[in-house]
Write a protein that binds this ligand. Structure first.
Ligand code: HEC
Ligand code: HEC
Length: 263
């Protein structure tokens, strides 16, 4: 019976394709599951109408630079995988939509309402998952300020200055001052690493560490320097120089005045 055995051994021509598809779906799903559990996610269910609203806003305001399917263009990077957190940060701080090309997206007054920003974020996250907007419980500035100060000195001070006063970087870029920034945006900046800033994922700085850093920055805001004018907290050398130039300058000026008087 050659016919029967042949039939038993032969696979359907599509079998391999189906097998690969199932395999991909499993690994993809597993990956999405694991990668989304490692970030502090605010599990809010987003309605389809919010996503549709976000799609319209995106097409009108963002697609010229970022592409209709978030694929990117010569004028703006791909937004695939940046997540809701990056959109909330970039649009919420007024950096996006970018007004003009330059070394760094400038901050402007926000152009959208909170609902519109949420819709844009939901739309971008619906295309491909990425870091979510952080949970409210991590944004209360009620953590350990001392631990936050230590972490800030190690991870952030080289660019933002020990007191969060900001500082210049190379090629016309700069790390901004960190006073008056909303806790959500501080958290999202760490999570998404805008521009030249590194990404601090949850393995580098746990969600609790991020909360402590926010606590420290808010502590600084509430407790300005007790020693009088801090001269931008530039450090001992710059502050010493200030005394030399202005202090000694004043003394010399006084001497010149005195000798002029005595003649
Ligand atoms: C004029 C072009 C332009 C427009 C319009 C624009 N962007 Fe951008 N966008 C850029 C450029 C360029 C960058 C990268 C430069 C930077 O980060 O400083 C960027 C970066 C971003 C990032 C950060 C990506 C990352 O990897 O973290 C997000 C998120 C983003 N844009 C969202 C938006 C959204 C949402 C809109 C619409 C409301 C928008 N952009 C409109 C040019 C644009
Ligand atoms: C290598 C330098 C560098 C380091 C290190 C760095 N940042 Fe930044 N940071 C930047 C730059 C550059 C920007 C501006 C990005 C932009 O405008 O697109 C920025 C932006 C920010 C903002 C947004 C401020 C605003 O006004 O919207 C926050 C908040 C912030 N950083 C916090 C931190 C914290 C907290 C750390 C440490 C955990 C840190 N940064 C480490 C360079 C750095």
């Amino acid at each position: 019976m050659p016919r029967k055995s042949r039939k038993a051994n032969r696979r359907h021509p599509l079998a391999t394709v189906v097998l690969i598809a199932i395999g991909l779906a499993f690994t993809g799903g597993g990956y999405a599951l694991f990668s989304s559990t490692t970030t502090a996610t605010a599990e809010t269910t987003v309605s389809q109408s919010t996503i549709d609203e976000g799609e319209k806003l995106f097409a009108a305001n963002c697609a010229t630079c970022h592409g209709m399917s978030l694929e990117g263009t010569p004028d703006g990077p791909s937004l695939i995988g940046v997540g809701a957190a990056a959109v909330n940060f970039q649009v919420g701080t007024g950096r996006m939509p970018m007004a003009m090309q330059g070394p760094q997206a400038m901050q402007k007054p926000t152009q959208f309402t909170d609902e519109q920003i949420a819709a844009l974020a939901a739309y971008v996250a619906s295309i491909s998952p990425g870091p979510a907007i952080p949970d409210e419980s991590l944004l209360q500035a009620d953590g350990d300020a001392a631990n936050g100060a230590e972490l800030f000195r190690i991870n952030c001070a080289m660019c933002h200055n020990v007191h969060g006063a900001g500082g210049a970087l190379t090629e016309g870029k700069f790390a901004p001052e960190l006073t008056g920034v909303l806790p959500t945006h501080i958290y999202e900046a760490m999570l998404t690493g805008p521009q030249n800033m590194p990404v601090f994922n949850d393995d580098n700085l746990s969600p609790e560490d991020k909360r402590d850093i926010i606590t420290y920055l808010k502590y600084l805001e509430a407790n300005p320097s007790p020693g009088g004018n801090e001269l931008g907290s530039l450090g001992p050398v710059a502050e010493g120089l200030f005394v030399w130039i202005f202090g000694l300058g004043a003394v010399i000026g006084l001497m010149v005045w005195l000798t002029a008087k005595s003649n």
